[in-house]
Design a protein around this ligand. Structure first.
Ligand code: HEM
Length: 519
């Protein structure tokens, strides 16, 4: 064999020697094969009657799917304007997203039973949990019941713990100072939210551990990297590709290293107590998961996966919401004295408690209006149809369809909200202090109330199970920030545009300045 066959070696060499024409022939052959494969094995597109945004061909749609990664909001807005009142579809990497655009459709989806329209199946599909976090989460989502019932029902009782953690996390991340000090808004808020929320997930001191926080915060990015990397590939390849694109397994291992000593210590104490209820038994998500009785779920890795998954759902959503709220606070500084007055007058009489926070209607409305205008996610009511489904207007979609409703276009639709593009902080609390005469403000809707025109948490029985806890954390943190600090944009800076990566929204990064409140 001639020596030049070996030098230079490997696939790079081979790749460099494929000339342009051969490349073109190869690509065309792959496109033709893919088309023939699709038409013969998969058959004609069952969604072809639904209009699409961008290219709709079996192969060309991947170009639009790639565009969606950075231009999703504009594509969805374009579809909403063109096809409002009906359905349209957008290609994602790996599937079509059918978009329903009316509040009637939201109600139809809400009323559909789980065997027909499944949120859980949609979640597995868009998060690809079998290849990312693990198939156990598809087989049994028991952690969701702990959030929906155990945690939500105990919020009054666990309030002192959450409040205590907020009092640790805030000055730790933003030390009190008479001088203005500069902080990156999303990074600082993420740390505070992660620590405060994890007090209820794993307890102190683990929730304060900087390395634990780093792994938990970084995990969402690992999932996103894996999804973008393998979404368009056939299932067979996915397990092999995950380690190439992301560090999911090492992250789970790192997180386990923090939780393992805690889990072992708790097991020892549990074994030492006759009835399993030792004095000062922790009351947090990890303990509930350990107590759940499912044998297969008791490994450190599986318990870690649950904690990571809940953090994945909680931390980024809450961080984005609080960051947007801070941006609104400094963009509309006239709100600051109003909120301070409300918080201090209520706390002055009733002290800090969940009941006190329930009375802070302006604080609640401020957050709800923030989430109405600045969505932390693209889709509400995401479902996968398990059977063909007919909407109340007669439109029919086949089984196997991913469907969702577009949060921002619906929450800023002039047909659904008055002056929808205007930030009216007291829109939902019936306040008459200086606002326009707006119909919405008669509605007294709380942050956690879901309605067909406010779908940021979904709507109906599978709406976000963590929203009551999340809302409590947001209110504690915003109330404490408002009364503790003076806050402004760094000189010369203003609100950055919201950034979308695929269907996730992250706040644009900008520095805020904080100092100890001066008056
Ligand atoms: C501003 C904060 C939050 C927003 C906007 C939000 C939004 C959502 C939405 C839209 C869904 C899907 C519901 C549907 O389409 O019907 C969801 C599901 C979920 N959320 Fe939240 N969420 C937030 C905070 C939280 C928090 C703090 C937790 C945990 C304590 C959490 C845990 C979950 C879980 C576990 C699910 C999946 C439920 C299931 O599998 O049935 N979320 N969330």
């Amino acid at each position: 064999m001639p020596p030049d066959m070996f030098e230079p070696s490997g696939p790079i060499y081979i790749g460099l020697h494929i000339d342009f024409n051969s490349g073109l022939v190869c690509c065309s052959a792959i496109l033709v094969c893919a088309f023939v494969f699709r038409m013969t094995l998969i058959g004609p597109d069952p969604l072809e009657n639904i209009p699409s945004i961008g290219y709709s061909g079996s192969i060309s749609s991947y170009i639009t799917a790639l565009r969606y990664l950075w231009d999703g909001p504009n594509m969805i807005q374009e579809g909403y304007q063109k096809y409002k009142g009906g359905l349209f579809k957008i290609p994602m990497l790996g599937y079509w997203m059918v978009v329903a655009t009316t509040t009637t459709a939201v109600e139809d989806i809400r009323k559909a039973d789980d065997d027909t329209m499944s949120f859980r199946h949609a979640l597995w599909k868009f998060l690809q949990t079998d290849y990312t976090i693990g198939p156990e989460l598809r087989l049994d989502s028991y952690h969701v019941d702990f959030l929906r019932t155990t945690l939500t029902h105990q919020l009054t009782g666990v309030f002192p713990d959450i409040y205590d953690e907020a009092l640790c996390a805030l000055p730790d991340a933003i030390p009190l100072s008479d001088e203005w000090k500069t902080y990156s808004a999303p990074t600082t808020v993420m740390k505070i939210v992660c620590q405060t929320s994890n007090r209820m997930f794993v307890g102190a001191p683990v929730c304060r551990n900087a390395d634990y926080q780093k792994v938990i915060i970084g995990f969402a990015l690992e999932i996103l990297k894996a999804l973008i990397g393998f979404m368009a590939l056939p299932s067979f390849f996915k397990p092999y590709v995950v380690p190439i694109f992301s560090n999911i397994t090492p992250s789970i291992r790192q997180c386990s290293a923090h939780l393992e000593p805690l889990i072992l210590e708790r097991r020892e104490k549990q074994a030492a107590s006759s009835d399993g209820n030792w004095e000062d038994k922790p009351n947090d998500l990890l303990m509930w998961c350990m107590d759940n009785g499912r044998e297969a779920e008791q490994s450190v890795t599986n318990l870690t996966r649950r904690i990571i998954l809940v953090n994945f759902a909680a931390i980024h959503m809450s961080t984005t919401a609080l960051t947007y709220a801070l941006y609104n606070l400094v963009t509309y500084p006239e709100c600051i004295p109003v909120l301070r007055q409300e918080v201090e007058s209520i706390v002055g009489i009733h002290g800090w408690s969940k009941r006190s926070l329930n009375k802070m209607l302006k604080l609640d409305s401020f957050l709800r209006e923030t989430l109405r205008l600045h969505s932390v996610g693209t889709w509400g009511m995401q479902r996968l149809t398990l059977k063909p489904f007919t909407f109340s207007d007669g439109t029919r979609i086949p089984a196997g369809t991913m469907i969702g409703c577009p949060v921002v276009p619906m929450q800023t639709d002039p047909g659904l909200h008055n002056n929808p593009k205007e930030f009216q902080p007291w829109r939902f609390c019936g306040s008459t202090s200086g606002d326009t005469g707006d119909e919405d403000r008669k509605r007294f809707l709380q942050l956690t109330s879901t309605t067909p025109d406010f779908i940021i948490f979904g709507h109906g029985k599978v709406a976000c199970p963590g929203r009551f806890f999340g809302s409590l954390v947001l209110k504690i943190l915003l109330a404490r920030m408002v009364i503790t600090y003076d806050i402004a944009f760094e000189s010369g800076r203003s609100r950055p545009p919201n950034i979308y990566i695929s269907s996730a929204s992250v706040p644009g990064d900008v520095n805020l300045v904080f100092r100890k409140r001066q008056n």
